[in-house]
Design a binder for this molecule. Structure first.
Ligand code: BTN
Length: 324
């Protein structure tokens, strides 16, 4: 009912809609309408009420409510099923749990705040309330586990494209899937798998985008290495529009990947990367190498030219960009 009232208010955005018209269209009492209006106000919607004129929607809060995400969403499958939390430990953990319980491919888990988020290589990834977008998608791609890293690189392409379209900020991709602006991280991606040897049961693609943080929203130790779209673009960005754009771009690239394979994704990834043709250090859990990032092969592995001229192939690791 609350959603139906919101829809009516949105449809008459330019003016007032009388309480009586709402009652008639939805077949509810005036008291019920009033109660739902109050609930909407408590959620942050600004609703003007005037005797004899009725109600008018004066402002929509920047919240990631499912009804706001769906409003204008152009996807067929992605984000049609939404699990929303005001605060969560980790959207990836909830998505994995839902996937194990049978949630369909394309389901979205999103939160206003993430307090126990996980990053790659055991790092933490917190996002303060109403400032970032922590979200996870449940996917069930019909491929082998060894091809999962392609989805991660595809995600980086999709999110970087959405960020560019919505904010004008051009983020570069650091292998395999970090999004950076001037060397500072703006989005991290963590893919987790539930799989057998030859089959993926589910893949959870989790991304955390730094959207409206100011510098002092980042813990001091991250201020030199992390940034947000607000800092880079000089103005706050509506999070819900950005999330919708991410879902649309993701679905577009996911379809490309499923129908035409990894090659077109990799071509685009190479256009957007900042980590090739330059000196880098690559670290795995217990070792690190320095060399020239020469290329990425057709599986997405990084090819590093070592000082002795040999090529070493990496399927995972953390890249640090070095000065030439
Ligand atoms: C990294 O760069 O280390 C990856 C960070 C991934 C963070 C996202 S936020 C949403 C999702 N849920 C998590 O717990 N982690 C990912």
């Amino acid at each position: 009912m609350k959603e139906a009232i919101l829809r009516l208010l949105k449809e008459s955005r330019s003016g007032y809609i009388s309480g009586e018209d709402i009652c008639k269209s939805l077949d509810v009492s005036r008291t019920a309408v009033w109660k739902h209006i109050q609930t909407l106000r408590e959620s942050g919607y600004e609703i003007d009420a005037r005797p004899r004129s009725g109600y008018m929607l004066a402002g929509i809060p920047d919240r990631l409510f499912p009804e706001e995400i769906r409003d204008g969403l152009s996807t067929r499958i992605l984000g049609r099923e939404i699990y929303y939390c005001d605060s969560i430990s980790s959207t990836n953990d909830l998505a994995k749990e839902l996937a194990r319980q049978g949630a369909g491919g394309g389901s979205l888990v999103v939160a206003e705040e993430q307090v126990g988020g996980k990053g790659r290589l055991g790092r933490q990834w917190h996002l303060p309330k109403y400032k970032g977008i922590p979200f996870s998608l449940i996917l069930r791609p019909p491929v082998e586990p060894s091809e999962a890293s392609q989805v991660t690189m595809m995600t980086a392409v999709a999110i970087a494209s959405a960020i560019k379209d919505e904010s004008g900020v051009a983020a570069g991709i650091k292998w395999p899937n970090d999004l950076l602006v001037d060397g500072k991280k703006i989005c991290g991606i963590l893919t987790e798998l539930g799989a057998e040897m030859e089959r993926i049961n589910y893949l959870v693609m989790g991304a955390g985008i730094n959207v409206n943080q100011d510098e002092n929203d980042f813990p001091e130790e991250f201020r030199n290495t992390a940034t947000s779209l607000k800092i880079e673009a000089g103005k706050a960005l509506p999070r819900v529009g950005l999330l919708r754009a991410c879902l649309a771009e993701f679905e577009r690239w996911y379809d490309v990947w499923l129908t035409r394979g990894f090659s077109p994704v990799l071509d685009k990834w190479k256009e957007m990367t900042v980590s090739l043709n330059r000196p880098v250090r690559i670290s795995t859990l217990n070792q690190s190498w320095e060399g020239w990032a020469e290329d990425v092969d057709e599986d997405g592995a990084l090819l590093l030219r070592l000082p002795n001229g040999d090529i070493q192939r990496f399927v995972s690791g953390e890249v640090t960009l070095r000065l030439a």
